[in-house]
Every structure is written in C-alpha cells, then in structure tokens.
Design a protein around this ligand. Structure first.
Ligand SMILES: Nc1ncnc2c1ncn2[C@@H]1O[C@H](COP(=O)(O)OP(=O)(O)OP(=O)(O)O)[C@@H](O)[C@H]1O
Length: 251
C-alpha cells in the first residue's frame, strides 16, 4: 500500500501541496483531478521523489520512503512513466525497452545465463513493443520518434519495470485520436490484474469516469474530495467549483 501522510511542499510562501493524507490500495486505480495549478503534478513529484517534502511522509508498504532518492523508490516498486530525459535518446526504441527489462531482471553470473537472459530480455522487449504498437518502429532512434510514440515508449518502459505502483501523468497527452485507445487498453489490462496500485493524473473526464475506482480532487494543494467516481463527480461542490473547470480544460 502507498500512503501519504500530511504531505506538504512549500515554494517560498506558496503551499503547492498542503497536508495531503491518502492511502492507495493494490488493485485500485485512483484518478487525481483538479484545476490547473491545483498541485497534481507536484503531488506526483513528492511521491516519486523528484521533489523533497517540506513536511509529512510517503510510505510504501509501511516503509518510510520520504527521504529516499528517486532511484531507491524505483527499486522498491514505485514506477512513474519515464520522462523524456530518462530515455536513451541515441538508442533505438527496442534497446530502450530492452534496457528497462534488463534492469528489472536479475542477471546470473555465468555467461550461459547472461546469453539466455539476453534472449529473454529481447523477447520480452519485443512483446512490450507489440503491446504498445511500436513493433514496426523497433529500430527507430528514440529521439526521432514523434511525441505520441515517445509517450507509448515511456509506457512500454514502465511496463518493463512492472512496478507495484504505476504513476501515469496525463498518459495520453499529445497523442492522436487513434493512439489514445492503445494506451488506455494497456491501463485497463493493468487494472484487470488487480494486484497493482495505479495513480492517474488526467484532465479528460471521460477517461477518468471509465477507468477510475476512486477520484481524489486537489484544489490549491488541498484534498478537496475523495471517493467513488459517481459520488465525487455528482457532489455539488466539485461540480460547480472544480470539475466544471476541468471539463472546460479538457474540451
Ligand atoms: N518548482 C516549483 N517552484 C515554484 N512553484 C512551483 C514549482 N512546481 C510547481 N509550482 C507551483 O505549484 C502549484 C501546483 O503546480 P502543479 O504543476 O503541481 O499543478 P497541476 O495541478 O499539476 O497543474 P496542471 O493541471 O496545469 O498540470 C502551481 O502554482 C505551480 O506554479
């Protein structure tokens, strides 16, 4: 279970995330919504370790990871879709995914197992590329991919790591209409496994309605609402003050 307790960050006098306490269970997909500047991405950055908390805690399966660097959190099972800077831009699409698969698998010490593992990682990398429909671009250099394909590559690399907690920050942003279903199908498949915790920052309310088991609403860094999608969406305070804004942004 992932949990934040009174998680807070201040930038000068501005409190971007303000004492947010929330627990996220395996097998659930929680959508984090709220207007622009509400603190959604900053909350993600605090959980993944890209930003240091001013106050409060992040716990993963009871372990306090608040002061751990990003790499240690990744190692413990916290997975955020790779940012473009974390791709190897000069390597091919296939090599990027293969390296992500390899970083997860434990390599044996003798040459035979290294060779077997190399074949295994390549096979797994190719399977992941098929799943995100990038198999025809396996040999393309990562930096020359169009934006939508780079997002799909990030998702493939995240799936290669297969973390306990998947964090998606607007996974379909910048994608063409025909690319969006590919990524949503993958998130649906992940959800169907029932053993992973999925966090999704998403502006598109149709996507949120369909995928989320639970919605939390942030506003001015505070947790405004938390509950089952229909109840949260229907609550007057959220309708009038917040989701209206989000819908407008998504439109
Ligand atoms: N490194 C930073 N330094 C100063 N202020 C920051 C920093 N990062 C975020 N903020 C501020 O924190 C607030 C929350 O920003 P954040 O990007 O988390 O919002 P968001 O809900 O993700 O918005 P959007 O939907 O537009 O992506 C904003 O007022 C933003 O300007």
């Amino acid at each position: 279970m992932l949990e934040t307790r009174d998680l807070t960050i201040r930038f000068g006098g501005h409190v971007a995330v303000d004492h947010v306490s929330c627990a996220f269970q395996p097998g659930t997909l929680t959508a984090i919504v709220g207007p622009n500047g509400a603190g959604k991405t900053t909350y993600f950055n605090l959980i993944s370790g890209q930003l240091p908390a001013s106050e409060g805690q992040v716990l993963l399966n009871g372990l306090d990871i608040t002061r751990l660097p990003v790499s240690a959190r990744t190692h413990l099972g916290l997975g955020r879709a790779f940012q473009l800077t974390q791709l190897f831009p000069a390597l091919s699409v296939l090599e990027n995914v293969r390296l992500a698969v390899q970083s997860r698998r434990k390599l044996g010490l003798n040459l035979w197992s290294v060779w077997l593992d190399h074949r295994g990682t390549l096979r797994q990398a190719r399977e992941l590329l098929e799943q995100v429909r990038l198999d025809d671009k396996a040999e393309t250099i990562a930096s020359s991919l169009p934006h939508g394909d780079q997002r799909k590559l990030e998702v493939a690399m995240l799936m290669a790591l297969d973390p306990l907690v998947y964090m998606f920050d607007e996974p379909t942003a910048g994608m063409s209409v025909d690319e969006v279903p590919v990524v949503l199908d993958l998130i649906r498949a992940l959800k169907a496994r029932q053993d992973r915790t999925i966090l999704l920052v998403e502006h598109k309310m149709d996507v949120v309605r369909e995928l989320a088991d639970r919605i939390i609403v942030l506003h001015n860094g505070r947790l405004m609402a938390d509950g089952e999608p229909e109840a949260v969406i229907a609550s007057p305070v959220v309708q009038n003050a917040y989701l209206g804004v989000v819908e407008e942004v998504a439109a």
